[in-house]
Design a protein around this ligand. Structure first.
Ligand code: C2E
Ligand code: MG
Ligand code: MG
Ligand code: MG
Length: 288
């Protein structure tokens, strides 16, 4: 009887897994056509200086509107794109579109683009970055590339070489989701980072959990010591921002300040008309 149950359970998992694999294949198939069908877009989320409230740049976040499924989260389709290699054309599309967009702003704000391990380790990635900058006319100092730590562990020596080539063009490199990956501290020393982004999981309990507060303070201290600015990710509540204001934290990003939105929402910022987020841009929020 136990054996029978075991088989039943096994069959159930097998069927579930089969459905999941089929679903991924379907998604992959549709993703293949997403660029040419114009289903991709970029949402931009402001990065705000903690002490002044000034917008200092935007993070470009890929969006996919599937004709039948509607909005598919990058948390779902980016892994599918990475496994299938589709992240290469998708990532190139995002890089080019974000650089072209930022090159058109009157305000000389920075733009941050997420880059996956697959892209970083693909041959010719630094050359691609250089070519896109030349083509769009964006000042390399205004481009920032965001990399998660898991992207680095695959081949450390190679990753260091690639990042150093990108740095040498003048492009900055941010360590994304800091604190959630592997051997963060070793990575900080090994790689030429110009920014640390503290993961949202530490920020969201910074005012209620003494452990989180201690960790965030330690990361901010690390940033000061290494002379690398720190960005707090996923600031949702005023209490979190108040905590950061009392510390040495350069910038913050999160729903409290503004949700990722089409760039048109921030026209008054990108045009240089105003420097701080107001009620017209995203959510009404910041009072300095
Ligand atoms: P990430 O780079 O760490 O981006 C931050 C994520 O947190 C974004 O999710 C953003 O919308 C979300 N976020 C921002 N503020 C808040 C907040 O206050 N609260 C909460 N709960 N979330 C907040 P999104 O856009 O769904 O992207 C998820 C991840 O997908 C990104 O994490 C990044 O790793 C990846 N991704 C997005 N666009 C691209 C891309 O163009 N290329 C690659 N390779 N990966 C991308
Ligand atoms: Mg990011
Ligand atoms: Mg992040
Ligand atoms: Mg993330």
């Amino acid at each position: 009887r136990a054996k029978q149950d075991g088989r039943g359970v096994f069959r159930f998992y097998e069927a579930e897994m089969g459905a999941e694999v089929r679903d991924r294949r379907l998604l992959e198939h549709d993703l293949r056509n997403a660029i040419v069908r114009g289903e991709l877009s970029i949402a931009y989320q402001p990065q705000v200086e903690v002490q002044t409230g000034d917008v200092v740049g935007f993070e470009a976040l890929l969006r996919w509107r599937h004709p039948a499924r509607g909005a598919v989260s990058p948390a779902i389709f980016v892994p599918v794109a990475e496994e299938s290699g589709l992240i290469l054309p998708l990532g190139e599309w995002v890089l080019r579109a974000a650089c072209r967009e930022a090159a058109g702003w009157k305000a000389l704000l920075s733009v941050a683009v997420n880059v996956s391990a697959v892209q970083l380790h693909a041959p010719g990635f630094p050359e691609l970055v250089g070519a896109v900058l030349a083509e769009t006319g964006l000042d390399p100092e205004r481009l920032e590339i965001e990399i998660t730590e898991t992207a680095l562990i695959k081949d450390v020596a190679r990753a260091v070489a690639v990042l150093e080539r990108i740095r040498s063009i003048g492009v900055r490199i941010a360590m994304d989701d800091f604190g959630t990956g592997y051997s963060s501290l070793a990575n900080l020393r090994a790689f030429p980072f110009s920014k640390i982004k503290v993961d949202r999981s530490f920020i969201q309990s910074v005012d209620t959990n003494p452990q989180s507060a201690a960790i965030v303070r330690a990361v901010l201290g690390l940033g000061s010591g290494l002379d690398v600015p720190v960005v707090a990710e996923g600031v949702e509540r005023p209490e979190e921002l108040a905590f950061l204001r009392g510390e040495i934290c350069q910038s913050a990003q999160g729903y409290l300040l503004a949700r990722p939105s089409p760039i048109e929402m921030f026209a008054d910022i990108t045009s240089g008309h105003i420097t701080r987020l107001g009620p017209t841009s995203g959510t009404p929020m910041l009072r300095v």
